[in-house]
Design a protein around this ligand. Structure first.
Ligand SMILES: NC(=O)c1ccc[n+]([C@@H]2O[C@H](COP(=O)([O-])OP(=O)(O)OC[C@H]3O[C@@H](n4cnc5c(N)ncnc54)[C@H](O)[C@@H]3O)[C@@H](O)[C@H]2O)c1
Length: 362
C-alpha cells in the first residue's frame, strides 16, 4: 500500500498535524482512519461519542486518534482545542446532519451548522500555521429547483427545510470569512466541499436508508420503505473523502488556485431509487423482505438533486470511482462482516486499502 499511497500523492499527509471536527460521526470517523493510515497525526473534536458510533469506538480503542470532547457552539473551547493541536490542515465535518431532525430541532440545527461553523472559521482565523481548510457542507446547500440538471459550484444557494437552509447559510459564512480573512493571509487555502448522499459502513443514524435497512435485516424484520421511488445521488464515503484529501493537498500547494467551492458528487448513473438500494442490500445480505409503508406526515424532502463534479474532475483530476453497485455492496459487506464478528476498524481498513490500490498515480 505504501507505494500506492506515495504514487497517488497522498503521502503528503505523513507526519502532518490534522484536525477533524465531527470525528465521532459516520464520515468523520472514516476520514480520521484514512488519515491515520496515511501517517497523519489526527486530532478530532466533536460531541461525546454515542454508543452506536462503533467505528469510532474501534479507532479510539486502537489509540489511532487523539479525540477531545468539544461543542463547536462554544467559541472559546473550539479556539482553545484547535490552537492546542497546532494543525496544518483542518477538515470541518461537525454538524447536525439529519434533515428530519432539523424539523424537530430547527434552532439546534442552525446553531450547530451556522454558528458552530462560524466558530470553527474563527478558530482557524486566529490559528497561525493552518495551510488548508476543507469545510464540508452539503449538496443540499443549493436552491433546489427540482429540475433534471446538475448543480454547479456557482449556482444559487438556498434551502426550504431547516437543514438545507443551515448549510446554505454555512456556505455564506464561509465565503465571507474566506474573502475577508482566510484567503488574504498568505499560505492558507480554504475551500468548501459538497457531496451527495453518502453511504458506507458504520452509519447508525436514524432515518437514513442504510442504517434503517441494516437494523431491519439484523433483527430479521421487514424493511419498511417510506419513499421507495425517491431518487438520490448515492456514493460511497471513500469517493468524496478522496476528493477532500486531494483538495487539502492542492490548497496547501497553491492556495490561490484551489480556494473556493467544490462539488464531489457521484456519476449520474448512481442516481437511483431508495428501492434499488434496498433490493441490492437484501441480495448482498443474503435474504430479507421489503414492504412499502408510506408516511402521510412525512416532512417535505427535496427530490431530484444532483451535482456536477466537472470542476473537481478537470482541475483536481478527481472522479467517483465506486459505481452504485460497488458502493452499496461495499457498504452491506461492511455491516455483514461486523455482524459476523470482525472488528469495525479492520473492515474499514481493508476497504480503504482496497480503494487506494485502485487509485492511479497522479
Ligand atoms: N451523510 C451524508 O449523506 C452527507 C451528505 C452531505 C453532507 N454531509 C455532511 O457531512 C458531515 C458529516 O456527516 P455525517 O453523516 O458523518 O454526520 P454524523 O451525524 O454521523 O456526524 C456528525 C458529527 O458532528 C458532531 N457534532 C454534532 N454537533 C456538534 C457540536 N455542537 N459540536 C461538536 N461536534 C458536533 C457529532 O458529534 C458527530 O461527530 C456533516 O457536515 C454533514 O452535513 C453528510
Amino acid at each position: 500500500v505504501e507505494g500506492v499511497v506515495m504514487s497517488a500523492g497522498l503521502g503528503f499527509f505523513a507526519g502532518k498535524r490534522v484536525v477533524v471536527t465531527g470525528d465521532t460521526g459516520f464520515i468523520g470517523t472514516w476520514l480520521s482512519l484514512w488519515l491515520a493510515e496515511l501517517g497523519a497525526e489526527v486530532m478530532g473534536l466533536a460531541l461525546p461519542a454515542k454508543s452506536h458510533n462503533v467505528l469510532f469506538q474501534s479507532l479510539a480503542a486502537a489509540n489511532l486518534i487523539n479525540h477531545v470532547d468539544c461543542d463547536i457552539c462554544d467559541l472559546d473551547a473550539t479556539c482553545r482545542v484547535i490552537a492546542a493541536a497546532r494543525p496544518e490542515i483542518v477538515f470541518h465535518l461537525a454538524a447536525q446532519a439529519l434533515v428530519r431532525l432539523s424539523y424537530a430541532e430547527p434552532q439546534l440545527t442552525f446553531a450547530t451548522n451556522v454558528l458552530g461553523s462560524v466558530n470553527v472559521l474563527e478558530a482557524v482565523r486566529v490559528c497561525e500555521g493552518v495551510r488548508s481548510l476543507v469545510y464540508i457542507t452539503s449538496d443540499k446547500c443549493y436552491l433546489n429547483k427540482e429540475w433534471l440538471w446538475a448543480y454547479r459550484e456557482n449556482d444559487e444557494l438556498g434551502g426550504r427545510d431547516p437543514y438545507s437552509a443551515s448549510k446554505a447559510c454555512a456556505e455564506l459564512a464561509f465565503r465571507a470569512y474566506s474573502d475577508s480573512f482566510l484567503c488574504k493571509r498568505g499560505g492558507l487555502g480554504a475551500a468548501s466541499a459538497r457531496a451527495g448522499n453518502v453511504i458506507g459502513g458504520g452509519d447508525r443514524s436514524a432515518d437514513r436508508i442504510i442504517p434503517d435497512t441494516i437494523a431491519a435485516l439484523e433483527a430479521g424484520k421487514p424493511i419498511v420503505l417510506r419513499n421507495p421511488t425517491s431518487t438520490r445521488p448515492w456514493q460511497h464515503a471513500l469517493d468524496p473523502l478522496c476528493g477532500y484529501l486531494m483538495l487539502a493537498i492542492a490548497l496547501a500547494r497553491d492556495p490561490e488556485a484551489f480556494s473556493g467551492a467544490w462539488n464531489f458528487g457521484p456519476d449520474q448513473r448512481a442516481i437511483r431509487t431508495v428501492e434499488d438500494v434496498a433490493r441490492l442490500a437484501v441480495a448482498k445480505w443474503g435474504g430479507g423482505e421489503i414492504v412499502h409503508g408510506p408516511d402521510a406526515n412525512a416532512p417535505h424532502e427535496a427530490t431530484l438533486l444532483s451535482l456536477s463534479s466537472d470542476k473537481a474532475s478537470r482541475l483536481l483530476g478527481w472522479q467517483a470511482r465506486w459505481d452504485f453497485v460497488r458502493a452499496v455492496s461495499a457498504t452491506i459487506d461492511w455491516y455483514r462482516a461486523v455482524y459476523d464478528g470482525m472488528a469495525p476498524i479492520d473492515v474499514s481498513r481493508r476497504q480503504i486499502r482496497e480503494y487506494m490500490t485502485e487509485l492511479p498515480a497522479l
